[in-house]
Design a protein around this ligand. Sequence first.
Ligand code: NAD
Ligand code: LMR
Length: 332
Amino acid sequence: MAKDPVRVLVTGAAGQIGYALVPMIARGLMLGPDQPVILHMLDIEPAVEALNGVKMELIDSALPLLKGIVATTDVVEACKGVNIAIMVGGFPRKEGMERKDVMSKNASIYKEQASALEQHAAENCKVLVVANPANTNALILKEFAPSIPEKNVTCLTRLDHNRALGQIAERLGVHVSNVKNVIIWGNHSSAQYPDVNHATVTTSAGEKPVRELTADDNWLSTEFITTVQQRGAAIIKARKLSSALSAASAACDHIHDWVLGTPKGTWVSMGVYSDGSYGIQPGLIYSFPVTCQNGEWSIVQGLKIDDFSREKMKATEKELIEEKELAYSCLK
Ligand code: NAD
Ligand code: LMR
C-alpha cells in the first residue's frame, strides 16, 4: 500500500541551497524512494517571483513522489501540518565575514519562526536548522518554541562531517564510502573540532584506524583540521557564493539518517542539544557523534578523549556560549 505523504518545509526555498535541496527531497533522496512528499516552500516577499519559478520547475520535472506544493511568503501557511522543517532561510555569509556577523539578522528570524512552528507544525515535527549561525539559530528556535521537544531541534554539521570524510579519502586514496566515524565536535564554525581519533577505513584486511594508515600523523593534527574548519570560507572564495550543493546533500543525509537510522557500527555528526555528555554545558546545541534508530538520535557515549581533543572541544563550547550571549543581546 502506498505511504501517506510527509509534509516537508524548506524555508529560504528560493535561495541557492533551497534550489539544490527541493529536487533532492522530491526525488526521494531524503526520505526514501517509496515515500511521497508534499513540499512546503517559504521565502520572503522580495523573492516571491523566484519562489514561483522554483515551483514551476518542480511541476515541469513531473516527479512521481511529489504529491503537492505549497509555495508561500506566509509563515503560518508554510508551517501548517509539517512533519519535517528544514530551516535554510536567512542571510548567508559573504567573503570576509564570520558567521557571527550574520547573527543579528538571523536570530530574530529564528525567534519569529519558532512560534509559527510551535503553533502550526504537526506533532513531533523534526527540525533541522541550516542557516548560519546554525547552532545558535537552532538554540534560539528551541528556546522560543518550548513545546517542541528539545530532541526535535537540531542543526547541520553533517556537511563538516562529510568534508572530513572527503579529506581523509583524498589523502589515503580510498573511496569515501570506506571511511567512517569521524566526529565534528561543537560549533559549525571555524572553531569546530574535526576529530579522527576513532575514524576507520575499511580495507581488504578489515577495518583499520585512520591513524594507523596515515604515515603523516602531523597532517591529521594540523592541516586536516584547518582544511575542514576553513572549507566553508574556501568555497566562498572560489565560488563567490557559499556552499550550496554540498550543503543540500548534507541536509538530506542528516534527515535521512535521523528518520531511517544509521547503519550498524556507524555514527554521524549532528548538532543536538547537550545533555551534559562529555562535560559540555547542558542546553547548548553542540555537534556530537550520534547514532539514530526509530527516528531518535542518541549521543555515542564512552569515547576516550585525550587532552588535545578536550582542549579543542572546550574552545568550540566557549564560542557557542559567547554566541548565545550575543544572540540574546541582539534580540533585546
Ligand atoms: P541564499 O541567500 O541564496 O538564500 C537564502 C534565502 O532565504 C533567500 O531566498 C532569502 O530570500 C530567504 N530568506 C531570508 N529571510 C527569510 C525569512 N525570514 N524567511 C524565509 N526565507 C528567508 O543563501 P543560501 O546560500 O541558500 O544559504 C542559506 C543559509 O544557509 C545561510 O545562512 C548560509 O550561511 C547557511 N549555510 C549553512 C550551512 C551549514 O552547513 N550549516 C552550509 C551552507 C550555508
Ligand atoms: C559552509 O560551511 O559552507 C557554510 O556554513 C557557509 C559558510 O558561511 O561557511
